[in-house]
Write a protein that binds this ligand. Structure first.
Ligand code: SF4
Length: 208
């Protein structure tokens, strides 16, 4: 009897740009790694989930990258940054900062899946206030919210934790928050719950 080869779930998207889009070439390459009857899962976080045979994962990631797709692990990791459509322009809305932030944090191992979101102006199309980490560009600075929760009866908006940060300050503060959560969070403890237990003031003091 043939052994069924293990499959690994990958999260794939077209990277950070003007809206969450995929082109025809990218769709064709994704389809090459699917068999008849396989399905793609479309998540609410601007990612597609695809199950790839374990022995082909490295090759698939390479081929996906060749056509501009980004790949991320699925599970207790920082997800790729959900963004808005940058409707007023890449520079004005901080797209390079969003790309750099994503590069620094996406895929980091954490106690429980962590959803970061970014939005280029206070209209907030990327919904930063109802995600674990939310960044909102306001004028020339970046405001940071943490502990937002979109689901459940205890849904809530994030707590404004730092205001008018420069890009470097933003990367540093987000990194510190993820480190505090990683070192002190319990296994499978969502960030919002961790903040309740650890205390927002303790977090603010640690990042000051
Ligand atoms: S948050 Fe602002 S910049 Fe981003 S898509 Fe919405 S209106 Fe445009």
């Amino acid at each position: 009897m043939n052994e069924v080869e293990k499959k690994i779930k990958l999260a794939v998207n077209g990277g950070i740009s003007f809206g969450a889009k995929l082109n025809a070439k990218q769709l064709v390459v994704i389809a090459e790694y699917m068999n008849d009857g396989d399905e793609l899962e479309l998540t609410t976080f601007q990612q597609l989930y695809i199950d790839v045979i374990e022995s082909k994962v490295d090759l698939a990631i390479e081929k996906f990258k060749e056509v501009g797709l980004s790949c991320y692990p699925v599970g207790n990791y920082v997800k790729s940054l959900r963004t808005c459509n940058f409707c007023k322009g890449a520079e004005e809305e901080g797209m390079p900062v969003a790309i750099e932030l994503n590069k620094r944090i996406a895929g980091k191992q954490v106690p429980f899946t962590l959803r970061p979101a970014y939005t280029g102006c206070p209209v907030g199309c990327g919904e930063p206030l109802v995600n674990d980490i939310g960044v909102m560009k306001v004028r020339d600075g970046y405001d940071l919210y943490i502990g937002g929760k979109a689901k459940g009866k205890d849904a809530r908006t994030g707590i404004l934790t730092a205001e008018q940060l420069t890009p470097e300050q933003l990367y540093d503060v987000v990194d510190k928050i993820i480190t505090i959560y990683t070192e002190n969070g319990k296994k499978r403890e969502p960030l919002a719950k961790f903040i309740n237990r650890f205390g927002i003031e303790n977090i603010k003091n640690a990042i000051a």
